[in-house]
Design a protein around this ligand. Structure first.
Ligand code: EPU
Length: 420
């Protein structure tokens, strides 16, 4: 298992380039199952979750070619319309193939996800939506089987709570369903909009993506497309916080500032100077003291849960008390105890973490429990005095493309130790 060795205390200087969004790449890859024609996808980040999704597509019968960072996926024939337990257990987002497989093949067999480090994370809303589109569902041996031998039928699907991959899954089912589908209380995340752009290029008829009501007119078939996915807003946000927590001067390139509005607002309130150095470039520096600012996670365009852990690391260095409230997942404070071992003063009360700062951080041996928790420990390690050894780096490799190399190019003293 690989580890990161971090020597903290070096302000980051220079430029870092953002990769394509993992959470856009995953549904885009699942969408390739909707057509027998080839789909070309650009700017797909080479992270472990993408590799897991590619394995899943290949298992379904698709062929995958990768050249110079461009992926070409062709699902000429679906041999196994199935997401097996071995893949779903390593990546919940495997359930994104449920909608496309049911729509294209009239049958899908997908393992139910179990618990995960950040909470229960069921897919009941995906299933209820598919049933409304006319799929018959049954459960056997830990798998959900969806059957629609005569195809799916358009319907109105209301999500009881906002779900990102649920919206994406149902959108992919609806594009090939007969007639009109209305998705209400849909997720408005940029990744949903990006998926809709890809599907539209494939011949789908979609209106309203990016709002909470999405209307789809089903079509009989979809064709190939060539699509570049959007910048990873969570990776960009992580780097902006890295610049701020090390009190450096960091330029983050190839990002989409419009997708980062709520984070930028918080950072500016906290005393971080963020400037738009170009249409896709942001620069950060901290001219004075960092000030504590509360944050509550919400669905987009609110403050992203995927940045909560990283923001908490920053707040350990801010003057005052900040209250960080997690409303999306019930168990997403696993980084708190590790941050505390590095010297942070944080108390958890239910869904709130109360951070008192600033406290000097000192390097320590820490263990990450999930992707974003790992990112927050890397940030804390960069700000800490002395050496931090971060174990279980495979969590960070799920969603960050060569993070240690990118940070090192901006002066961070971080390296990967590979252990057999
Ligand atoms: N939920 C249900 N039933 C469902 C679906 C969701 O109760 O059928 C609940 C979840 O348990 C959670 C809430 O609804 O409490 C929101 O979950 P959502 O479905 O929106 O999350 P997701 O689609 O599984 C995506 C991202 C996550 C990100 C969340 C929230 C992908 C592949 N994953 O997950 O990303 O945290 O949206 O924004 O898009 C990450 O990248 O580190 C990550 C965890």
């Amino acid at each position: 298992m690989d580890k990161f060795l971090i020597e903290g205390g070096v302000p980051l200087e220079g430029e870092i380039e953002v990769s394509g969004a993992k959470n856009s790449a995953l549904p885009a890859l699942a969408a390739c199952l909707l057509t027998e024609e080839p789909v070309t996808l650009r700017r797909i980040p080479l992270v472990r979750d993408v590799q897991t999704m590619l394995q899943l597509l290949e298992r379904c019968g698709a062929s995958v070619h990768s050249e110079d960072g461009v992926l070409r996926v062709q699902a000429a024939e679906i041999v196994h319309p199935e997401a097996p337990y071995e893949l779903v257990k390593t990546m919940r987002a495997s359930s994104l193939v449920l909608g496309p497989l049911a729509a294209r093949c009239g049958r899908a067999r997908v393992s139910l996800p179990g618990g995960c480090a950040i909470g229960a994370r069921p897919i009941n809303l995906h299933l209820a939506g598919l049933e409304q589109l006319g799929a018959r569902l049954s459960q056997e041996h830990g798998y959900i089987v969806a059957e629609a031998p005569n195809g799916l039928r358009g319907a109105t699907v209301h999500f009881d709570r906002i779900t990102v991959t649920g919206t994406e899954d149902l959108l992919m089912a609806a594009v090939l369903a007969e007639g009109e589908t209305v998705l209400s209380n849909a997720a408005r995340e940029p990744e949903v909009v990006d998926l809709a752009a890809l599907l539209t290029q494939m011949g789908a008829r979609i209106e309203g993506a990016g709002t909470s009501t999405i209307r789809v007119q089903g079509v009989r078939r979809l064709h190939g497309a060539d699509h570049a996915i959007i910048a990873d807003r969570i990776e960009a946000g992580t780097f902006l916080i890295a610049g701020a927590i090390t009190r450096g001067r960091l330029v983050v390139r190839r990002c989409e500032p419009a997708h980062l509005t709520s984070l930028l607002h918080k950072l500016r309130q906290a005393g971080v100077e963020v400037t738009e150095a170009g249409p896709d470039t942001l620069a950060v520096r901290v001219p004075g003291k960092l000030i504590s600012v509360d944050a509550t996670t919400e669905e987009y365009p609110g403050f992203a849960t995927d940045l909560q852990a990283q923001y908490m690391a920053l707040m350990t260095q801010a003057h005052g008390i900040s209250i960080i409230t997690e409303t999306i997942f019930e168990n997403r404070f696993m980084h708190v105890l590790e941050l505390a071992r590095m010297g942070a003063n944080i108390r958890v009360e239910g869904r709130q973490a109360i951070v008192a700062g600033p406290t000097p951080l000192s390097g320590a041996a820490v263990i990450a429990s999930d992707l974003r928790a790992s990112a927050s420990l890397v940030l804390a390690g960069l700000a800490a005095r002395g050496q931090t050894v971060l174990d279980r780096v495979y969590h960070i490799d799920r969603g960050y493309e060569k993070i240690e190399e990118k940070l090192a190019r901006a002066g961070a003293r971080i390296r990967r130790i590979s252990e057999l």
